[in-house]
Design a protein around this ligand. Structure first.
Ligand SMILES: *Cc1c(COP(=O)(O)O)cnc(C)c1O
Length: 403
């Protein structure tokens, strides 16, 4: 069937919530995707930071196929072996004490918010306690996650949301202190803001928020859904700061394409949730957990984190060259394989040109920022190839330089 026919059928059938690019992907291999016309694309988006191990990873496919033949689902009324294996591995790499598997990132955030609420309830705080979240954050589209997402455009049509959320400025400790009150029970934030434009927390900020939480017996909840799973050059980005959250969320790269997330906690946050407080039908089923267990196994055996540090440094160096070369690039931020280039104008034409003419998949974060979140298994040659195609796309799209 012709590409346009697929696109027409999709537009007819689906709720119109996405503006999709006119490409229909058929299969993937390594760090490349192939469309229904057989064209190859170099992927620096990884399905929005999901495909950490790249496409068509043989070992992972074998584990998933094996589990399909054995058992896919049982419900959480019973135990299953893959979930125990995935859970123990995740606790080991995170240093947390308890884990709960979810079906998505947003649901993992819902879990963190329930931990905060339950913790405040147990402490005997009045029900009007508050949670501090950050402006320009992104935590997902469910109503709870949306309530702590500091973006008016996303929030407005769905107000009123969960009450008691106060917003501070990321990397501005004074702004956190300014909204702190006797009712504050938790602070939630991304360790590296992803959708908001690839802003890593500064060491002073993260340590400062941790100290405030300790002083007031509030919980620090870190969202590692995008920056976690090795992407920052640490298994979880907070591990590069010497600051430990009370609870954290993970999703995206955890299942390498299989929908799975988790929230994890230790200490007082781990004991806040009791039987009956939370549940899910699919969450932690044997199929998705067989995938996550294998992903975690491959991460350890192949030292993916070490590889990210190495290639991440190289990506940093090459993007510094791009930033120095083109006047329309005004900032370069990030860590490991989560980096961003901020341009002087909207990057939509650049993304579209790169995709359709250079066969390079780039994704934006906000209107002026390109975010680089490739599969973690990319090699330096892939970075070189990307920089070549990116340069061609920048030259072809003429983003206005600084005024
Ligand atoms: C993607 C993302 C989410 C939401 O995850 P979904 O699986 O889309 O629900 C939450 N937080 C961060 C930081 C994310 O990048």
């Amino acid at each position: 069937m012709e590409k346009q026919q697929y696109i027409d059928r999709a537009e007819e059938a689906f709720y119109k919530v996405y503006n999709r690019f006119p490409v229909v992907f058929d299969h993937g291999e390594g760090v490349c995707l192939y469309d229904t016309d057989g064209q190859e694309y170099l992927d620096f988006g990884a399905g929005i930071a999901v495909m950490g191990l790249g496409y068509s990873c043989g070992e992972l496919k074998a584990a998933m196929k094996g589990q399909v033949d054995r058992l896919c689902h049982t419900s959480n009324l019973f135990y299953n072996v893959p979930s125990i294996e995935a859970g123990e591995k995740l606790l080991k790499v995170s240093g947390m004490e308890k884990v709960f598997f979810t079906n998505s990132g947003a649901e993992a955030i819902e879990g963190l918010l329930k931990i905060a609420k339950r913790y405040a309830f147990d402490k005997g705080m009045a029900p009007d306690y508050e949670i501090i979240a950050m402006k320009h954050s992104f935590h997902g589209r469910t109503l709870g996650a949306l309530s702590v997402t500091g973006n008016d455009h996303y929030q407005e049509p769905f107000a009123p949301l969960v009450p008691g959320v106060r917003f501070a400025l990321f990397n501005d400790l004074d702004s956190v202190k300014a909204v702190w009150s006797g009712k504050t029970c938790a602070v939630i934030m991304e360790t590296i803001q992803g959708e908001g434009g690839i802003y890593p927390a500064t060491e002073e900020f993260l340590a400062g928020v941790r100290a405030l939480c300790d002083e007031h017996e509030a919980l620090l909840l870190l969202d590692e859904i995008q920056c976690g799973m090795g992407r920052s050059g640490h298994m979880f980005a907070w591990q590069g700061y010497g600051v430990k959250p009370d609870a954290m969320s993970v999703a995206k790269a955890l299942g390498n394409g299989v929908p799975i997330g988790a929230f994890l906690a230790w200490g007082k946050a781990a004991s806040a949730i009791v039987p009956g407080d939370h549940g899910t039908t699919y969450g932690g089923n044997p199929f998705v957990c067989a995938a996550a267990a294998k992903v975690l196994d491959i991460f350890e055996r192949k030292n993916i984190v070490g590889h990210v540090q190495d290639v991440g440094d190289y990506l940093w160096k090459r993007l510094e060259e791009v930033a120095a070369r083109y006047g329309c690039v005004q900032a370069h931020r990030g860590k490991g394989l989560i980096q961003g280039l901020e341009f002087t104008g909207p990057v939509a034409p650049l993304v579209s040109h790169a995709l359709q003419k250079e066969r390079l998949i780039l994704i934006s974060a906000g209107s002026n920022i390109i975010r680089f979140v490739p599969p973690l298994v990319i090699e330096k040659e892939d970075v070189d190839e990307m920089v070549k195609r990116l340069g061609a796309a920048i030259e072809a799209t003429h983003i206005p330089g600084p005024q």
